[in-house]
Design a protein. Structure first.
Length: 397
């Protein structure tokens, strides 16, 4: 799970700085993209060259005079997670008070990424009322502490204050990076199906696949295992397994089969309701006259899923124009757990756009309207909503 993740390690001035070198090496071995920043005091214990050699990257240590005009914000934005190891009493105090007098403290203040602090100091300093207050403030601010452990300390004394071992920091990092859908298996459909008329023509629709692909990407980012059943021509989202289909029949077969293996199905695809009853084997020609194309119904995929004996949590989409009344009726009668209704007639909403205006409707018909948002943001919020629903379900047993 650490492979490819952008991890920033801040090393501050304590003897345990030597253990940070091993921590950084383990992160690199696990495939993480690691950068290191150091305080001046940390460099009294370990040289930046050690970290540069392990990561293959330069080590940042100064707020001013570096190649970048704003190294702290650059690193803060780059990081998916920040580890401060060791975190001295001085650094904890600065972080608790929002001080930014050096690169490490300024980066902690500037980042929106989760911050994991591994304190290391003498027992008296750890137990001092000021440090206790600072730790409480940091925890209240959503910072995560790992350790300290109890054991022998630099001055020959023994007690709490020893930095925990790198493996324990790695475990804490993995927990911190787990998204709200961690462990959830999700199937998402995307795109418009194509129902062939003859070898060159088909009946299609205006779905680009953007909404479904955004949901698949957001679900991956939230920690889910994602299968994307797609009829869209978009680059595959990284981290998702993609099953390519063309027709409603193919989509239905894949989805119903795979539904047995997942916890959630999100049907964002625009599936054709009708298809030509006969597919011509050769191209229809103008010279043969105007053809009459008889249509037949396609399989209703959602209905097949609702009928499954052991069915996953089901999310249907509803393409509406203007009022959500029909969507509310369908949400109550169709037996799905959640309906995402979108107004495909509204400006910047529905097919093809980068934005969407949706309303969530539960199986009782209760509606929650969202403002016009990017599809990426709709997808992110939908994943958070699903995580909440699944947790509620699990709590009820
Ligand atoms: O792909 P984009 O360009 O980003 O556009 C996104 C979107 C507008 C396509 C998407 O947000 C959306 O609304 N998808 C569902 C469109 C649709 O087919 O709506 P519907 O009201 O016709 O169908 C209701 C639900 O039944 C849908 O979840 C659909 O996937 C499902 N269905 C439909 C037909 C069928 N034979 N089987 C089904 O399961």
């Amino acid at each position: 799970m650490l492979s490819g993740r952008r991890i920033l390690v801040g090393v501050t001035g304590g003897v345990a700085a030597y253990k940070a070198a091993y921590l950084v090496r383990r992160l690199v071995e696990r495939g993480a993209d690691v950068r290191v920043m150091m305080t001046r005091s940390a460099q009294q214990f370990v040289g930046p060259q050690t970290f540069a050699a392990i990561t293959g990257q330069g080590v940042a240590s100064e707020l001013f005079g570096a190649a970048s005009v704003s190294p702290h914000t650059e690193l803060a934005r780059w990081a998916e997670a920040v580890i401060i190891a060791p975190a001295t009493a001085n650094t904890l105090a600065k972080a608790a008070h929002g001080l930014s007098s050096d690169l490490v403290s300024a980066t902690i203040l500037a980042t929106t990424a989760p911050v994991l602090l591994a304190p290391a100091m003498h027992t008296e300093m750890w137990e001092n009322a000021a440090t206790r207050r600072n730790v409480a403030v940091l925890q209240g601010d959503g910072r995560t502490m790992v350790g300290p452990a109890s054991g022998s300390l630099a001055g020959g004394d023994t007690g709490p204050g020893r930095m925990v071992e790198p493996e324990e920091i790695l475990q804490a990092l993995e927990l911190l990076l787990k998204g709200p859908l961690s462990g959830v298996r999700m199937l998402v459909t995307a795109g418009g199906t194509r129902e062939p008329i003859d070898p060159v023509r088909f009946i299609g629709n205006r779905s680009s696949g953007k909404m479904g692909f955004a949901i698949a990407s957001a679900a991956v980012a939230s920690g889910a295992d994602v299968i994307l059943v797609s009829s869209a021509d978009l680059p595959p989202p990284s981290g998702a397994r993609v099953v390519e289909v063309e027709t409603a029949e193919e989509m239905g077969q894949s989805v119903v089969k795979l539904a047995q293996e997942v916890d959630v199905v999100v049907m964002a695809a625009a599936v054709a309701d009708f298809r030509p009853a006969v597919i011509e084997e050769t191209k229809l020609r103008r010279t043969d006259g105007i053809p009459e194309i008889r249509l037949e119904a396609t399989p209703d995929i959602l209905a097949s899923l609702v009928a499954l004996e052991k069915r996953p949590y089901l999310v249907g989409f509803a393409a509406e124009t203007g009022s959500y009344d029909t969507a509310i009726q369908k949400a109550i009668s169709k037996g799905v757990d959640l309906t995402v209704a979108n107004d495909v007639a509204a400006e910047g909403s529905g097919f093809g756009s980068d934005t969407n205006q949706v309303a969530l409707i539960d199986s009782q018909g209760t509606i929650e309207r969202w403002p016009l948002l990017t599809k990426v943001e709709v997808a992110r919020r939908l994943c958070d909503h699903l995580a909440g629903q699944l947790n509620e379900r699990a709590a009820k047993g």
